[in-house]
Design a protein around this ligand. Structure first.
Ligand SMILES: [Zn+2]
Length: 139
C-alpha cells in the first residue's frame, strides 16, 4: 500500500461521521479568502483576528458530528440569502438570454415575464395571475 493511499484512508477514517462542508461553509471560506486578500494591503490586526474567527468557525463546522445543528444553520443561511441568490440568478439569466428575450413584469402582480424577442404588438397573459394585457415592442 502506497503512502498516498494510506494517507487517503486515514483521512477518510478521520472524516467519517463528520459534517463536511455545505453552502454556508463555502460562503464563510469565500469571505475568509476575501479578508485575507484585503489584509495583504492593510496589514490590520483586527482583520487578522476576524480571519482567525472565520477559520475557527469553518473548521469547527466541517469537523462537527452534530449534523442536525449544522443543517439548521445552513437552512437559516439559505433563508437569509435567498433574496441575494434570487437576484444573482435573475441577473445571470438576463445576461445569458438578453439578446433573444424581452424581460418585463406583469402590471398586475409584478411577476417576471420573459418572451422571445420580436417586434410588434402582442397580447400577453400572465402565467401567475392570469391577467391579460397588450405590450408593444419596437426593435
Ligand atoms: Zn400577473
Amino acid at each position: 500500500m502506497s503512502l498516498f493511499s494510506r494517507l487517503r484512508d486515514a483521512l477518510a477514517r478521520f472524516m467519517s461521521g463528520r459534517y463536511g462542508t455545505d453552502s454556508l461553509n463555502r460562503s464563510l471560506i469565500l469571505i475568509w479568502l476575501l479578508l485575507a486578500i484585503v489584509n495583504v494591503f492593510f496589514h490590520s490586526l483586527v482583520i487578522y483576528v476576524i480571519e482567525l474567527v472565520f477559520c475557527f468557525v469553518v473548521f469547527f463546522r466541517m469537523l462537527s458530528r452534530n449534523y442536525v445543528k449544522r443543517q439548521r444553520e445552513n437552512a437559516a443561511w439559505y433563508g437569509m440569502t435567498s433574496g441575494i441568490r434570487g437576484a444573482f440568478r435573475r441577473f445571470m439569466i438576463r445576461r445569458r438570454d438578453g439578446k433573444n428575450f424581452h424581460f418585463f413584469k406583469c402590471p398586475n402582480c409584478k411577476a417576471p415575464i420573459r418572451m422571445p424577442r420580436k417586434v410588434g404588438r402582442f397580447n400577453i397573459r400572465c402565467n401567475k395571475c392570469g391577467h391579460s394585457f397588450q405590450k408593444e415592442f419596437k426593435k
